[in-house]
Design a protein around this ligand. Structure first.
Ligand code: PRP
Length: 180
């Protein structure tokens, strides 16, 4: 696996520090409120597992699984719900938890969907942000680390379902995804 990696972009220690700060901020912002974290599968699963343990207030957890129509390397903006959440979020505060915001189209769609469910509020939290690829002006309320316009893997992020188990955020060698 490591032979396919060009370099480490963020180490697990740097990621841990970011997650810890974010968890502290969320704990302070939502103290006394009913909070539901909604993880967007699959990429967000490791981040969410770390984030929830950095939150010190009561919190509920659910997952949504989505798939984007269109070709596999970029988002089309049309999102199909494969598995919806089970919790009723009416009058509750929702934070959508993603691994990465790229074009922003997935979260833009999901935010609209959750707002239609009459929550007390919907905010967005993402471990990584690739702003140079953005196609919407969606606000990321809790933003982790910025990444360049390169193919990154690890810490939950995949290329063709592999590399999610790398503990660091790494840049994939271009020959790996240019291979036919
Ligand atoms: C990634 C990521 C976001 C989406 C972001 O998911 O987890 O859900 O793409 O892209 P966007 O901002 O351009 O919409 P992916 O489709 O790779 O699925 P995965 O989470 O199962 O790996």
């Amino acid at each position: 696996m490591l032979k396919d990696i060009e370099r480490v972009l963020y180490t697990q220690d740097e990621i841990r520090e970011m997650v810890h700060k974010m968890g502290k901020q969320i704990s302070s912002d939502y103290a006394g409120l009913e909070l539901v974290l909604v993880g967007v599968l699959k990429g967000g699963f490791i981040f969410l597992a770390d984030l929830i343990r950095s939150i010190s207030i009561p919190v509920s957890l659910d997952f949504i699984s989505v798939s984007s129509y269109g070709h596999s390397t970029s988002s089309s903006g049309i999102v199909r719900i494969i598995k919806d959440i089970d919790i009723d979020v009416k009058n509750k505060h929702v934070i959508l938890v993603e691994d990465i915001v790229d074009t922003g189209l997935t979260l833009n769609h999901l935010k609209g969907l959750f707002l239609s469910r009459q929550p007390a509020g919907v905010k967005i939290c993402s471990a990584f942000d690739k702003p140079c690829r953005r196609q919407t002006d969606i606000a990321i309320d809790y933003k982790g680390l910025e990444v360049p316009d390169q193919f990154i893997v690890g810490y939950g992020l995949d290329y063709k379902e592999k590399y999610r188990n790398l503990p660091d955020i790494c840049i994939l060698k271009s020959e790996v995804y240019s291979e036919k």
